[in-house]
Design a protein around this ligand. Structure first.
Ligand code: GLU
Length: 430
């Protein structure tokens, strides 16, 4: 990301950028609790994870030396069903980040009304520093270390930043070999040939595109001709960009980690290689202009979709965002400070827990297919995903209209009321 020097020069920005996912998630929970009549003890319980598993993952490098990495699985809440959420391979993975992201998974599953709780995990490693063989060894060992705490009825991992369908296939294989039986339902986001669902890969981007269309229409505009800037061209950003482009929007800017390209007439998003097709190839695509990742966030467009990493919209740059609508493709792209600025400026922000929830929703479909040993067609996945997204959007919109709140608060009201009611109904054990 460009201009790290600004971050160092500006203490407010620096502290904002380092706001951990856990701090943001806790603030959002406490804010949502003020909007509902929820038992304080339940809120306090939900501010903490049920468990955080920290494991050591030694990996033999290709040259025969051994490096030791730290892995985590933070299980936040399972009152509504098994823990569910991704595993990321990224150098910034920490315990607190996993807890915060796990908490968001609880709300994401609840807002979609899926019978899952929330979890997140990962390994603090730069995946670019690993060969394919090293990634496989790391994954198999990590799976071995997590074996006792994951399972198709207890905790079901999925891909996240730095992990892929292939990573999930290795995880499933390692788990299955130890269990002595093929257990596809232990992870989702696998390649379809080993029990993955059609449409799972593209699902987070598809839901971002669906929700963007709903939100644009809600504010009285037509998607055709709407200008969109998208940060990130991976599974979320690229799939959202291509669908929005197909539906008539003008995707004028996209970026990857090295920066972005801009065309005021709209880019041909299908011609730009996605991260999966060719990593970090966005700048290699011919376009009238280039932009830095910071500049992309401030472009004068109708819709901004941050779909790369967390904490990119901060109190320091939220005042300079020119978009009329922000749709969160990444998890946690907006800090608490930025959320306040957007609320003051009356720029609607459709939150991650709704916008990118297509991923976990198709994970749920995949899990159903795995445990029923029955495959769904891509058409069925699209039909059911579209229906689930419509229904979640409508439910959140009802709260948005009934209360003087932001879209994030409305989504939290829906999610927290479901989770809190489940806790109140089950009661405390023992
Ligand atoms: N990692 C994805 C997310 O953040 C998907 C999680 C899942 O499918 O379990 O929503």
């Amino acid at each position: 990301m460009a201009s790290t020097s600004t971050a160092n020069d500006d203490p407010e920005r620096e502290s904002e950028e380092s706001e951990s996912a856990l701090e943001t998630a806790r603030r959002q929970l406490r804010r949502a609790a003020t909007l509902l009549d929820v038992d304080e003890n339940i809120v306090e319980r939900l501010a903490h994870p049920k468990a955080v598993h920290e494991v050591t993952v030694p990996v033999e490098r290709d040259d025969g030396t051994v490096d030791v990495f730290t892995g985590y699985r933070a299980q936040h809440d399972s009152v509504r069903g098994p823990f569910k959420g991704g595993l990321r391979y990224h150098p910034d993975v920490t315990r607190d980040e996993c807890v915060g992201l796990g908490m968001w998974m609880t709300w994401k599953c609840a807002v979609m009304d899926l019978p899952f709780g929330g979890a997140k995990g990962g390994v603090a490693v730069d995946p670019k520093s690993l060969s394919d063989a090293e990634t496989e060894r790391l994954t198999r060992r990590f799976a071995g270390e997590l074996r006792d705490v994951i399972g198709p009825n207890t905790d079901i991992p999925a891909p996240d930043m730095g992990t892929t369908p292939q990573t999930m296939a290795w995880l499933m294989d390692a788990y299955s070999m130890q269990e002595g039986e093929t257990t596809p339902g232990v992870v989702t986001g696998k390649p379809p040939v080993v029990g993955g669902s059609e449409g799972r890969d593209a699902a987070p981007g598809r839901s971002v595109a669906l929700v963007t269309r709903e939100a644009v229409e809600y504010y009285g505009d037509d998607l055709a001709g709407t200008t969109v800037a998208i940060q990130g061209f991976g599974s979320v950003g690229a799939n959202a960009a291509r669908l929005l482009d197909d539906w008539g929007a003008d995707v004028v800017a996209v970026s990857d980690v090295n920066g972005g390209i801009y065309d005021s007439d709209g880019l041909d998003t299908h011609a730009i290689p996605t991260h999966d097709e060719e990593p970090e190839a966005v700048l290699g695509h011919d376009a009238p202009a280039t932009v830095t990742n910071d500049e992309l966030l401030e472009l004068d467009v109708d819709v901004l979709v941050p779909a790369a990493v967390g904490n990119v919209l901060t109190a320091a740059n939220a005042g300079d965002v020119s978009a009329d609508l922000v749709v969160e493709g990444a998890n946690g792209p907006t800090t608490s400070g930025a959320s306040e600025v957007f609320a003051e400026r009356e720029i609607p922000v459709v939150p991650d827990i709704l916008a990118n929830a297509g991923g976990v929703t198709v994970s749920y479909f995949e899990w159903l297919q795995d445990i029923n040993r029955r495959k769904w067609s891509l058409e069925r996945v699209h039909e059911e995903l579209d229906a689930e997204m419509q229904s979640a959007w409508r439910r959140v919109r009802e709260e948005f209209e009934a209360r003087d709140v932001t879209w994030r608060e409305a989504a939290y009201v829906v999610a927290l009321s479901r989770v809190a009611e489940a806790h109140a109904t089950r009661g405390l054990w023992p």
